[in-house]
Design a protein around this ligand. Structure first.
Ligand code: HEM
Length: 145
């Protein structure tokens, strides 16, 4: 497969992964705020979060990582470049936040009251956005300063 194919796939998968993780944290805020007072809403939001995580966010994250790894295999010199090393560190943070959103959505499905405070979830919701902004800056400039 050509380098451009993997880059194309990487970008599409990244878009899906980011949509998934950003919306998941938003859904968790709704679960926390609206879930305890309305069982029907709680169930629908829980199901939405579950399907978004299982069928879009995690598969897209895996495809993005495989496509990214393939570009490195085809161009191993990238690994010596500090922008990529820093990017991979940020990516680890994004993977962690994605897996954590999966854990939180399970907690929220069982009992919305046991989720972290709404304010904490709102702050958490901003972290993937911030990491994404830094990562895209790194890949665009290919420099760390
Ligand atoms: C999952 C692990 C990841 C790996 C191993 C990886 C690796 C790579 C590599 C090697 C390139 C090629 C750079 C080039 O040819 O110029 C690339 C491009 C890119 N990556 Fe990633 N990446 C990963 C995750 C991410 C994430 C999480 C984002 C955004 C949030 C991202 C955004 C991009 C973008 C926008 C490009 C295209 C850059 C360009 O064409 O100038 N990547 N990635």
């Amino acid at each position: 497969m050509s380098y451009f194919f993997w880059k194309w796939l990487h970008i599409i998968a990244i878009i899906s992964w980011m949509c998934g993780v950003l919306y998941l944290y938003r859904l968790l805020i709704y679960v926390k705020e609206k879930g305890p007072s309305d069982a029907g809403v709680h169930q629908v939001l829980g199901l939405m979060a579950h399907r978004l995580y299982k069928f879009i966010t995690v598969p897209a994250m895996i495809v993005a990582a495989v496509a990214g790894a393939m570009m490195i295999v085809l161009n191993p010199g990238f690994l010596q470049q500090s922008w990529l090393q820093l990017k991979l560190l940020m990516v680890l943070g994004l993977v962690g936040l994605t897996l954590w959103s999966g854990h939180l959505k399970e907690i929220g499905r069982q009992d919305a009251n046991t989720l972290p405070r709404s304010k904490t979830l709102r702050i958490l919701n901003e972290v993937p956005t911030l990491l994404m902004m830094i990562i895209v800056w790194l890949v665009v400039t290919k420099s760390i300063g």
